[in-house]
Design a protein around this ligand. Structure first.
Ligand SMILES: *[C@@H]1O[C@H](CO)[C@@H](O)[C@H](O)[C@H]1NC(C)=O
Ligand SMILES: *[C@@H]1O[C@H](CO)[C@@H](O)[C@H](O)[C@H]1NC(C)=O
Ligand SMILES: *[C@@H]1O[C@H](CO)[C@@H](O)[C@H](O)[C@H]1NC(C)=O
Ligand SMILES: *[C@@H]1O[C@H](CO)[C@@H](O)[C@H](O)[C@H]1NC(C)=O
Ligand SMILES: *[C@@H]1O[C@H](CO)[C@@H](O)[C@H](O)[C@H]1NC(C)=O
Ligand SMILES: *[C@@H]1O[C@H](CO)[C@@H](O)[C@H](O)[C@H]1NC(C)=O
Ligand SMILES: *[C@@H]1O[C@H](CO)[C@@H](O)[C@H](O)[C@H]1NC(C)=O
Length: 296
């Protein structure tokens, strides 16, 4: 479980009407101890998640049910009398009372409730799962009204990244923009005095994905960017033009070749029965005619 980054556990006495009810929990559990635990975990995208419901001996299990509340769906996986019922059908599986999530992704972010009933009592666990996704970092320089503005951007991270600058200056803006899918893009704009030596200007992007902050040097060649794009665009347009022109030319040639011979070729089959000799002559003529056409 390389992905586990932080854990905060708090014991909470819990009574919540959980909307999803497959019916199993109507049965009275055996008398005994009852445990309520609520916890929160954060995992890296792509990690294998192993959620523990109970450490109680599996041979005393009566039933286990994991109810899952995700952003766009609710489902459950349960096991009773060695029979597993999987209503999630998204790769999650049970190993005794543990829920395994292969390849943790944003789709798996949500609330997981486990109800574990065994011969000596009952346990309820509620686990809030969230995901850590590192942002993409970019930095560049812009010039505006004879002022220089350095921009540093950490795109689509979760949670939001934190940006700081190596140079002091006038921070024009610092925005953390939440995206619809739960990611956050952070952008910091730093205005610098005109005479600043930007040779070693950098921004530091820190994020829980990384032990150390990422240092990003702004690219000074912002003015060259449009030229680069224009050159690329011209190359692409030329390639498309040349490609389609040669294709059209080929198609035109092919249609010319195709036009000539079939229309001149006479139907020969029925003639054959009656006049083999005539048909032979005619075929020779037709070949002669069509090749003559081609070369005129
Ligand atoms: C469980 O509790 C019920 C009443 O709450 C009682 O009648 C029953 O005897 C108890 N069973 C055990 C095994 O303790
Ligand atoms: C999940 O964790 C339990 C211990 O809590 C362990 O026994 C089990 O082997 C783990 N499963 C996987 C697939 O890592
Ligand atoms: C469950 O298994 C353990 C050993 O794995 C054993 O000591 C215990 O007696 C078993 N309990 C029941 C109820 O079978
Ligand atoms: C469940 O299956 C295991 C082996 O897969 C077996 O040892 C156990 O006795 C079974 N329990 C029940 C209640 O069928
Ligand atoms: C995990 O999921 C991501 C995206 O859903 C996919 O690109 C990647 O290949 C998956 N990895 C494994 C090991 O299945
Ligand atoms: C960035 O990190 C510093 C401490 O390292 C903290 O004081 C500050 O609030 C953080 N800023 C944001 C936007 O999270
Ligand atoms: C920039 O780097 C030079 C050496 O390359 C160093 O002398 C100078 O102090 C640095 N400036 C800042 C602001 O760190």
């Amino acid at each position: 479980m390389r992905g586990m980054v932080w854990i905060c556990v708090l014991l909470v006495c819990f009574s919540e009407a959980w909307s999803l009810d497959p019916g199993t929990n109507e049965r009275r559990p055996a008398n005994g101890t009852t445990v309520f635990v609520r916890s929160a975990f954060t995992f890296d995208a792509g990690s294998q998640v192993n959620l523990t419901c109970s450490k109680t001996m599996s041979n005393r299990t009566i039933y286990v049910i994991w109810r899952v509340k995700l952003k766009n769906k609710e489902c459950y996986i349960s096991i009773e009398n060695n029979q597993t019922v999987d209503k999630c059908l998204d790769g999650k599986s049970l190993q005794h009372s543990n829920l395994l999530i292969p390849n943790f992704s944003t789709e798996d972010v949500g609330v997981y409730k486990c109800e574990f009933v065994y011969s000596g009592g009952k346990e309820d666990h509620i686990i809030d799962l969230s995901i850590i996704v590192p942002p993409q970092t970019h930095a560049w320089l812009e010039s505006k009204n004879n002022k220089m503005v350095a921009v540093c951007k950490a795109e689509r991270g979760n949670p939001a990244a934190n940006i700081s600058w190596s140079h002091t200056g006038n921070v024009l803006s610092y925005e953390a923009l939440p995206q619809a899918d739960g990611f956050v893009t952070v952008e910091s704009r730093l205005e610098l005095p005109e005479d600043t030596d930007v040779g070693n200007l950098s921004c530091a992007v820190s994020h829980p994905s990384w032990v150390q902050a990422r240092i990003v040097m702004p690219q000074a060649e912002n003015a060259n960017f449009p030229w680069l794009y224009i050159v690329i665009a011209v190359v692409i347009v030329t390639a498309i033009f040349v490609g389609s022109a040669s294709f059209a030319l080929k198609a035109w040639r092919r249609s010319r070749q195709a036009d000539v011979p079939p229309s001149k070729l006479p139907p020969t089959e029925y003639v054959e029965e009656v006049e083999p000799y005539a048909s032979y002559v005619q075929r020779v003529n037709s070949i002669y005619n069509s090749s003559a056409d081609l070369f005129t």
